[in-house]
Design a protein around this ligand. Structure first.
Ligand code: DO4
Ligand code: MG
Length: 277
């Protein structure tokens, strides 16, 4: 079962049938630890619709903070070691991949998050920019996982590679975070076979195609959540991106106009275009 936030309100969905979910606000829904049952119960009362045609999908992030985990896939570890080798940053990535404590960083306030079909940005002072397709958790204030969505952790690899201390500038800027298109309302672990795919389209052709599965994710998502909630509280819930397992080859950089299409099994597709400046 999925939950959509739109310009016309909130809608549950299962097997392509949609129904309105009455709620005072998105915070009201994300504040409900029993969200799955609440949305399911509404399906018994409400009229069923065949589509959300004519409505604009909004990101499932409203006022919540977005955090991100890093170096949770071997591919991410290797790519960061390579990009930072001249700066001597390589051993940090190797060590964090193996350490008990994961890398967690603040990615975006809700205001900065771009929704489905919105424009993401590359920094004007970056030469090497990539999208990072990431399974993203929607978490209740108690730490319970309410559901899953798709995130794009836009990143400037040249800035991050020059010095690991530049990470916040490589990761946090206007248009650097896209999340959507809905929440998959599941509290348990997703199957390890769950595929995460990305296609980058440029001038009608594929400039890059990549795929991974959750088998490659090194850490259990519950472990990432438990570290995030150490000494941090999130009264309105929080979103946590779980890291990327797909990094394009080193001669690839995004350019304005690229269409980024990220798909995760059972959740759906998050599509965004790179803005012209
Ligand atoms: O440490 C740099 C960022 C890592 C990251 O964003 C990822 O692995 O997805
Ligand atoms: Mg990332």
């Amino acid at each position: 079962m999925r939950l959509y936030r739109t310009t016309d309100g909130f809608f549950g969905e299962e097997r392509n049938r949609f129904w309105r979910v009455e709620a005072a606000s998105w915070e009201d829904l994300l504040g409900d630890a029993d969200l799955h049952n609440r949305v399911s119960a509404e399906s018994q009362r409400a009229e069923l619709l065949e589509s959300l045609d004519g409505m604009t999908l909004l990101s499932p992030v409203s006022t919540q903070e977005v955090w991100a985990a890093g170096v949770t896939y071997f591919r991410s570890r290797s790519a960061r070691i390579e990009e930072s080798k001249d700066a001597g940053g390589g051993t940090f990535y190797d060590r964090v991949y193996a350490a008990d404590r994961p890398e967690l960083f603040f990615k975006a306030s809700g205001r900065r998050v771009v929704g489905p079909l919105g424009e993401v940005r590359i920094r004007r002072d970056a030469r090497w920019s990539v999208p990072e397709p990431e399974l993203t958790l929607a978490i209740h204030s108690s730490g319970k996982i309410l559901g899953y969505t798709i995130g794009n952790d836009m990143s400037s690899r040249d800035i991050e590679g020059e010095n690991p201390l530049y990470l916040p500038q490589a990761k946090v800027y206007d248009g650097s975070c896209a999340i959507g298109p809905c929440l998959l309302l599941e509290s348990g672990n997703l199957p390890k076979e769950t595929a995460i795919g990305i296609k980058i389209e440029r001038n009608g052709a594929h400039a890059y195609v990549g795929q991974t599965t959750l088998k490659e994710l090194k850490r259990p998502v519950a472990e990432l959540v438990s570290y995030l909630f150490r000494e941090n509280s999130f009264p309105e819930g929080v979103f946590l991106m779980t890291g990327t397992g797909i990094v394009p080859h080193d001669d690839f950089t995004l350019v304005a106009g690229d269409r980024i299409v990220i798909t995760i099994d059972n959740i759906g597709t998050l599509e965004n275009q790179v803005a012209s400046s």
